[in-house]
Design a binder for this molecule. Sequence first.
Ligand SMILES: *Cc1c(COP(=O)(O)O)cnc(C)c1O
Length: 458
Amino acid sequence: MKTKKVFLTEDEMPRQWYNVLADIKMNPPLGPDGNPISPDMLAPVFPMNLIEQEVSTERWIDIPQEVLEVYNIWRPSPLVRAYNLERALGTPARIYFKNESVSPPGSHKPNTAVPQVYYNKVFGIKKMTTETGAGQWGSALSFACAQFGMECKVYMVRISFDQKPYRKSMMQAWGGTCVASPSTETKAGRDILEKFPDTPGSLGIAISEAIEAAISDETGKTRYSLGSVLNHVMLHQTIIGLEAKKQLAKINEYPDVIIGCAGGGSNFAGLTFPFVLDKINGRNIDIYPVEPEACPTLTRAPFVYDHGDTARYTPLLAMHSLGHAFMPPPVHAGGLRYHGMAPTVSQLASEGIITPKAVTQVDAFKAGILMARSEGIIPAPETNHALACVVQEALKAKEEGKEKVILFNFSGHGLIDLGSYDKYFSGSLQNYELSDSDLLESEKIFESFPKPQLLKSR
Ligand SMILES: *Cc1c(COP(=O)(O)O)cnc(C)c1O
């Protein structure tokens, strides 16, 4: 029988994360005065051990034993050869995916939730606050908090809170508390509700609420946690790509094309950064982050300094941004509805080391259905965006008659997102066109901010 899945033993699981900051140049985060922030300015929001990781330029960082033990619940994750998808597409390409849907919350997100909760606990923190879009991050953080006996409070974007009630139940099962955002519990939430009582919410608003809840807790034992975007999140996610590299080496393969969907950039970074290192060192690989056309941060928005949240609590980050007040259309891939993009991913895009793509939500679901009918697993709406690009690349390989090796990240399953599949089957899932003038309008917001430098890492 042909090998379908490549496994690593638990002993073969990587013991260190890869830090891309050792190999690329970055514009620093800026404070309100326009000067680079100092690490202690972040201390009310994050524990110092994670802040140190955020700014570290060490190439390899040890994974603590306690984190490895929780990773062991589902890691190492399988690398799967998608024979049936290849057959369905009639492509000569060999398609592999890293199956991150096997974690208890069903996505890649606990790869960073677990170490973040661990470092907070070691620092003496008792309670974590966070935002969540479709609910994957809130459930991942609740899962991790349960593992380490910590309290968890989640602000969930209103539209997803209504569309995806079961993620709230998952959070509850793991002991977390979840409210719809904007809420009346924070000033940031109340201000928005006053102006826009019917708002579907956004990640930017929910982030503002969760940060406010953390820094206003008088016990000093609460900190905020972010599920994507930041350097330490990308770092933790590299376990995906490091495992994939070992697994591919076992079968003498190496990818020509690597694909991941990109919301804040973390599952994409997790799979690709260990290969970005090879690319910086001269290897020829096409690396594609894929976003929705309805939230085209990398493909249509400029590389600027902007805030990570709507109420401007975060420092200015150098990133591709649609503007911190941008309200993305209510596409079903809630995890891809973010106005910004990880500064590391943005930097790599600005240098042309990675090549962003955008697909429509209807094409994404079409590819997701093909995956479900061929490989059997029903993908998350976010993952469908990566799949739409996989399909394009596989068909291109067919046209060119090339035996390309395509690797993609199966970032999560869609079993809690079946409402969006219902919409697709009933034909009511629509695409959203954003005009250039819509985008220009929301981008005016950072005209007065400093501009990042165009840095070259190689
Ligand atoms: C959250 C999420 C994403 C998007 O977030 P990134 O930080 O860009 O990875 C993608 N896929 C799934 C399944 C998610 O839960």
